[in-house]
Ligand binder design. Structure first.
Ligand code: PMM
Length: 266
């Protein structure tokens, strides 16, 4: 059955008021609410990867995510850390995270692969080409987006295995919205079966992304981010129907219903 990963972003734009401890408490409370709605995994991230975002320094990222991971693990949650940094991954694992969700697939900080290998935790390698402030310059796939993403993910698997990560612990993600045009995202979603050929579990994150806003645009204006929930839920149903291992979402309850519907269909 498809698992649901609930997003717990601990970034200034997600919990804007109050100091660090207020933000941590709010994030923990949010994570617990997602668990109650049926999240299987909580994904704690302290770096915004939205197009154009600038990076926090490592101490800032650690200060954001570690208290939240500690609190959620204490509450019994299965926690993943959404980070590209080896140092943050190591601290998150020490705090109880059992999955490292690396949107760069080991490209941003190759040392993260050694951390994952040493700890024996699960590893999500997402398709990525450049940091958020540069990535849309890399949205070019002359050989076809599905073929290029597949080959680049295969190279990330090779790098992870070379570092000692057990292949069974590697999960692949097409990286929707990362160096992709809306059309690229749709082609990737339609071509996920080709990524299955790499022999790893798949995770996809489409929740609220701008390509859904473009799809649902009215009068030339993209649908605002908080009005993309129904489209997100529709995608969860379709992803669950095709047997995707995990779907990453901001709101869990509607997607849990979608997974239940897909499951009832067999
Ligand atoms: N997308 C975002 C952040 N982390 N992790 C994985 N594995 N896959 C994704 O698609 C993904 C991710 C950006 O989305 P957000 O800013 O809305 O959380």
């Amino acid at each position: 059955m498809t698992l649901l990963m609930g997003v717990v972003n601990v970034t200034p734009d997600s919990f804007s008021d109050g100091g660090r401890f207020v933000a941590a408490d709010a994030a923990i409370e949010h994570g617990l609410a997602l668990l109650a709605e049926g999240a299987d995994i909580l994904d704690v991230g302290g770096e915004s990867t939205r197009p154009g975002a600038t990076r926090p320094v490592v101490t800032e990222e650690l200060g954001r995510v570690i208290p939240v991971i500690t609190g959620l693990v204490a509450a019994g949650a299965r926690v993943s850390v959404d980070t590209m940094r080896a140092e943050v991954a190591a601290a998150a694992i020490a705090a109880g995270a059992t999955l490292v969700n690396d949107v760069s697939g080991g490209l941003a900080d190759p040392g993260i692969l050694d951390v994952v290998a040493d700890a024996g935790v699960e590893y999500v390698a997402m398709h990525w080409r450049a940091h958020a402030d540069q990535m849309q310059r890399h949205a070019s796939y002359p050989r076809g987006v599905v073929a290029e993403v597949r080959d680049e993910l295969a190279a990330r698997v090779d790098a992870a295995v070379a570092a000692g990560v057990t292949p069974e612990r590697i999960i692949l993600d097409p990286g929707l919205g990362f160096a992709k045009t809306p059309q690229h995202n749709w082609e990737l979603l339609a071509g996920l079966d080709e990524l299955d050929g790499l022999g790893h579990r798949l995770l996809a994150g489409a929740s609220r992304k701008s390509f859904l806003g473009v799809l649902l645009a009215a009068d030339g204006q993209p649908r605002p981010v908080d009005e993309r929930e129904d489209a997100t839920t529709a995608l969860t149903a379709l992803l669950a129907r095709r047997g995707t291992w995990c779907v990453r979402v901001h709101r869990v309850r509607p997607s849990a219903d979608a997974v239940a519907v897909a499951r009832a269909l067999g």
